[in-house]
Design a binder for this molecule. Structure first.
Ligand code: R5P
Length: 296
C-alpha cells in the first residue's frame, strides 16, 4: 500500500503536488491550540500498518516542533510503520559549534531529536558550514536537495550579464555552482564577512571594478536579519554598481528586514518557496516531488 501524506503548518500546495503525482491519500490531522497554549492533536485518518509522510514548514520553529513531535509519536502509537519527514527548510543548523563555554550546540540536539522520531528526512540546501554533511549529526537517512538549478535558471531568464557575488566563504559552494550553471564563463566573486553580533556584520568585497557593466546578483542560503545582504548592497551602490538583485534559498526574514533590504538599494529580492514569503519567485516544489519516489 502507498504511504499516506500529511500536511502540517501550511504545506498544502506541496503535499497536493506530491499527492497528484503519486496518487497518495491525504491524511487528516486536527491541530488546535488550547487557551493555555498547549496543543490538541488528533489524527483522524487510519494510519495502522501504513507508511506515512509528513511535510511541514519549520521556519520560526519553536511553536511547530512540539506539535510535530506529538504528531509523530501519535502516528507511531496508532500503528504507522514508517514516518518520513519533508522539511524544505531545516532549522537549527547555524549553531553548529560551542562558540563560548556552556553553549548548546543546538544543531546536534535538534538532529538527535528528529532522528528519534522520524525514519527519514528530506530537506533543501541545509546550512552546512562546520558540519559538512547531515550524516555527521543525523542518524536517519537524509536527502539533501539543491536549488542551484532553479536559481541558475531564474538568473539566466531574467538577468543579462550577471556578476554573481557570494557574501561569505560558506556561500562559495552554491555561488560557484550557480555561476557555472548559468554559463561556463559567468563571473563570480566571494566577499569576506565578519560577524560582530546577531545584527551586526562587516562585509568586504574584493576588487571588482572590471565588472562595472555587469548586474550584481547576490546569492546566499538564508536571509534572516538581512544585514549580510544589506551591507553588501550598500557597498556595491557606493562602488557605483548597478542596483543589485538579491537571491536567497530560505526567506527567514526577521521583522522589517525585507523592507530594509529593498530600501538599502536592492533592485529586487527573490527567494525559493521553501518558506512562504511574498519574495518567493523560484519554485522548488518539483524538486521535492521528484525526490519522494524512492520512499513509496
Ligand atoms: C550564514 O552564514 C548564512 O549563510 C547567511 O549569510 C546568514 O544566515 C544571513 O543572516 P542575516 O540575514 O541575519 O545576515
Amino acid at each position: 500500500m502507498k504511504p499516506m501524506i500529511f500536511s502540517l503548518f501550511d504545506t498544502l500546495s506541496l503535499t497536493a503536488a506530491i499527492q497528484d503525482k503519486y496518487e497518495l491519500e491525504l491524511g487528516e490531522v486536527i491541530l488546535h491550540q488550547f487557551p493555555d497554549q498547549e496543543t490538541y492533536l488528533k489524527i483522524s485518518s487510519n494510519v495502522k500498518d501504513r507508511k506515512i509522510i509528513v511535510a511541514t514548514h519549520l521556519d520560526k520553529p519553536n511553536p511547530k516542533i512540539l506539535p510535530l513531535l506529538i504528531f509523530a509519536e501519535t502516528a507511531r502509537d496508532l500503528g504507522a510503520t514508517e514516518i518520513g519527514l519533508i522539511a524544505p527548510y531545516l532549522p537549527y543548523m547555524r549553531q553548529d559549534k560551542r562558540f563560548t563555554p556552556g553553549e548548546a550546540i543546538s544543531s546536534i540536539s535538534f538532529a538527535r531529536l528528529l532522528s528519534h522520531y522520524f525514519n527519514w528526512m528530506t530537506t533543501i540546501d541545509p546550512h552546512l558550514h562546520r558540519i559538512k554533511t547531515l550524516n555527521e549529526i543525523y542518524t536517519i537517512p537524509t536527502t539533501i536537495l539543491h536549488s542551484n538549478d532553479q536559481i541558475a535558471w531564474w538568473i539566466k531568464k531574467h538577468i543579462k550579464n550577471p556578476l554573481i557575488i557570494g557574501p561569505d566563504k560558506e556561500s562559495e559552494q552554491w555561488v560557484s555552482n550557480v555561476a557555472k550553471k548559468i554559463n561556463m564563463d559567468t563571473p563570480y566573486v566571494i566577499a569576506e564577512k565578519t560577524r560582530k553580533g546577531e545584527r551586526e556584520v562587516e562585509v568586504s568585497i574584493p576588487k571588482i571594478e572590471s565588472y562595472k557593466n555587469c548586474i550584481p546578483v547576490l546569492i546566499d542560503d538564508i536571509i534572516s536579519t538581512g544585514k549580510t545582504m544589506t551591507k553588501t548592497v550598500e557597498q556595491l551602490i557606493e562602488l557605483q554598481f548597478k542596483w543589485p538583485v538579491c537571491i536567497a534559498v530560505h526567506a527567514l526574514f526577521d521583522q522589517g528586514s525585507y523592507e530594509n533590504l529593498l530600501s538599502s538599494g536592492a533592485e529586487k529580492v527573490i527567494t525559493c518557496n521553501t518558506i512562504s514569503h511574498p519574495s518567493n519567485e523560484i519554485d522548488i516544489t518539483g524538486l521535492i516531488v521528484d525526490s519522494i519516489e524512492s520512499h513509496l
